[in-house]
Design a protein around this ligand. Structure first.
Ligand SMILES: Nc1ncnc2c1ncn2[C@@H]1O[C@H](COP(=O)(O)OP(=O)(O)OP(=O)(O)O)[C@@H](O)[C@H]1O
Length: 613
């Protein structure tokens, strides 16, 4: 049986903890003493050689992006500080020099502690100690198949201590209680730190956010960037992270702020539906990493409020969604038609749990000599999610749902610790089901594209807090959202695309927790029968006989975007058609997936040492 990386997290409770991740190296060091401010010209030296220096408490420079700790002269742009383009982050930087006497956040703006704890150092120590006692056992993840292709693939690491991310970032990793990197992090972080472009595919809930955030933050912390233009009301971020929904952008921003806390790297978010002026004010205070939805970013670019000419890192989360029909024109505009640093000069990282081949092909336009990484089969779901399919006619769906909810209630699976996410096809359907649930004594709320942003955020908060433990949603909530305690995902209406199903059910069974996914299937979903049965089989789920019969009758694919090949399971550059058509100019033919048996459903060959690790 294939094992998901998340399987072993279950073993937290068992105490079978391998503390290799925190033994030795930077992760084992004693609690940090408060470091002194590190002047930029000394930032590339080892911490031990860094002398203390006076704090940068100077007044804001007074220019349009002032306030982030310019030198005491008052002008952030004066002098030849190599990182001066970082819009005023005087302090921080590498080597843990993040919080001692920093001018930047200590001036007009104070960096809010995203961990919600004032006594952060004490807290960090406590967290670190807690981890030593209750750490996560990742050993059972070791047999998850990993495919990499591309030339000169940097080897994976086993612990965070194996990678030199910098003390300040390492401290935040411990604050986040991450003891050991997940498989996608083990592989993706060294690839990105080596400066390589990356197309990475890993299961939902497997830690992709950190996999792209850590190298970006670390790179900015220690990078030497040219001075950013001054005296204009345009901001010049160094990194751009794009995601398809507002809520996901907000979530990535929250995560990235935690990772970047006291590193001197400033993260700002911009998304639609919220007042643009507030976002502009935030941007003008300085930005290193901009997290954005495409629509709002295009708006900011057209108003010349943001320039992409200094971008060194570009990350597309849910990259396949970003490049499908809905978003592709906007993404092309942002990446190819504005002033974005060209590929090859920036580092581009694409992440998703699903990557249909035609999307991979399109994505390769944005990448240069990239490495393809697949942790688990592309588009697969984690084994931790128990998947059930019920045959339910449309007219019976509500009573079936009621049965499920009553059964849950009877089992005590309700409230804050046990949230239920119900996916429906239409916005109207969402409103009507929510109303009906409330009438029937099940507190519910809804999130979909017809609600105002305020209503959407309120709904999400109310769901997360358990005030309304049922959330009825359209696909706007299908991707990326990391909501603790979602124990049941119900596909009241199945999507038309198996990839959407994978993302929807992936809202449960995250980071080692188990989850349940129930789908209502009927004749209207015939095109989904085969991909669904295949996916379930692959994740070691019981496939009902009636679904197998539907599957054998239906032609493969339906509206699936997998391009006919079963689960588009690998780097599209390995396709003979790609090589024949001469489209492989960007592919250097290397690779470590020699175990590929080729052909339809060509599979993992765990026995081939060169293929998987
Ligand atoms: N090394 C780690 N140790 C423990 N927990 C981790 C680690 N890395 C990430 N996590 C946690 O795992 C959860 C899932 O991570 P994340 O949201 O990045 O998943 P994802 O792969 O992006 O999922 P999706 O495909 O649904 O977007 C988060 O709560 C995150 O804090």
């Amino acid at each position: 049986m294939r094992t998901s990386w998340a399987d072993a997290v279950e073993n937290v409770a068992t105490g079978s903890f391998d503390n290799a991740g925190i033994s030795g190296g930077t992760e084992r060091q004693s609690a940090p003493t408060k470091p002194a401010y590190v002047p930029p010209h000394l930032r590339n030296r080892t911490p031990a050689s860094e002398p203390p220096a006076p704090s940068l408490g100077g007044p804001p420079s007074g220019n349009d992006r002032s306030g982030y700790g310019g030198p005491t002269s008052g002008s952030r742009w004066a002098g030849s500080r190599p990182d001066f383009g970082r819009q005023g982050y005087g302090g921080g930087g590498r080597g843990g020099g993040g919080w001692g006497g920093r001018g930047g956040w200590g001036g007009r703006d104070r960096e809010v502690n995203p961990f919600g704890n004032d006594d952060v150092e004490t807290d960090a120590e406590r967290v670190f100690n807690e981890q030593e006692n209750t750490g996560i056992n990742f050993d059972a993840y070791e047999d998850i198949p990993v495919e990499t292709s591309g030339d000169n693939v940097p080897p994976p690491v086993n612990t965070f201590a194996d990678i030199d991310l910098g003390d300040a970032l390492n401290l935040n990793i411990r604050r986040c209680k991450y003891v050991k990197p997940t498989p996608v992090q083990r592989h993706a972080i060294p690839i990105s730190l080596a400066g390589r472009d990356l197309m990475a595919c890993a299961q939902t809930g497997s830690g992709k956010t950190a996999a792209f955030c850590f190298p970006i933050i670390s790179g900015i912390m220690r990078g030497q960037f040219p001075q950013r233009p001054r005296g204009v009301r345009t901001v010049f971020p160094l990194a751009l992270i794009l995601s398809p929904t507002r809520e996901l952008s907000m979530q990535i921003h929250e995560e990235a702020r935690k990772f970047a806390y006291q590193t001197g790297v400033k993260v700002v978010v911009a998304y639609g539906g919220a007042p643009i002026n507030q976002q502009l004010r935030e941007l003008e205070r300085g930005v290193d990493i901009l997290v954005a939805t495409p629509g709002r970013l295009v708006d900011l670019l057209e108003r010349a409020k943001v320039s992409l000419q200094m971008i060194r890192y570009l990350a597309l989360d849910e990259a396949d969604r970003m490049l499908d029909m809905g978003f592709e024109p906007q993404i092309r505009k942002i990446v190819e038609q504005m002033d974005m640093t060209p590929r090859g000069e920036r580092q581009t990282m694409l992440f998703s749990a699903t990557f249909p081949k035609e999307i991979q092909r399109m994505a390769s336009d944005f990448l240069s000599n990239y490495i393809f990484l697949a942790v688990g089969r592309v588009g697969s779901s984690t084994d931790l999610i128990v998947q059930r399919v019920e045959f339910v006619h449309d007219s019976d769906k509500r009573s079936y749902l009621m049965d499920l909810l009553h059964a849950q209630k009877a089992n005590g699976a309700q409230g804050k610790q046990s949230l239920t996410l119900v996916f429906v096809e239409t916005k109207k359907g969402a409103d009507s089901l929510e109303h009906w649930l409330c009438l029937n004594g099940f507190p519910a709320t809804t999130i979909h594209g017809d609600r105002t942003q305020q209503e959407r955020e309120l709904a999400l908060r109310s769901f997360k807090s358990g005030n309304t433990p049922i959330l009825v949603a359209t696909d706007v909530a299908a991707r990326g959202l990391d909501i603790p305690h979602v124990s049941h995902v119900i596909n009241f209406d199945l999507p038309n695309d198996i990839d959407d199903y994978v993302h929807r059910i992936g809202r449960t069974g995250r980071a080692g927790k188990s989850g349940l996914a129930t789908a209502f299937f009927n004749e209207n979903n015939t095109s989904m029968a085969r991909p669904l049965a295949d996916l379930m089989k692959e994740s070691n789920q019981e496939v009902p006989d009636w679904l197998t019969r539907f599957a054998s009758r239906s032609s493969y694919g339906g509206k699936s975007r997998r391009g006919g090949g079963r689960f588009g399971a690998r780097d599209f550059r390995r396709d003979s058609s790609y090589n024949r058509s001469g489209g492989g100019g960007d592919y250097y033919g290397g690779g470590s997936s020699a175990g590929y048996s080729g052909g339809y459903g060509g599979g993992y060959n765990p026995g081939a040492a060169s293929a998987w690790d």
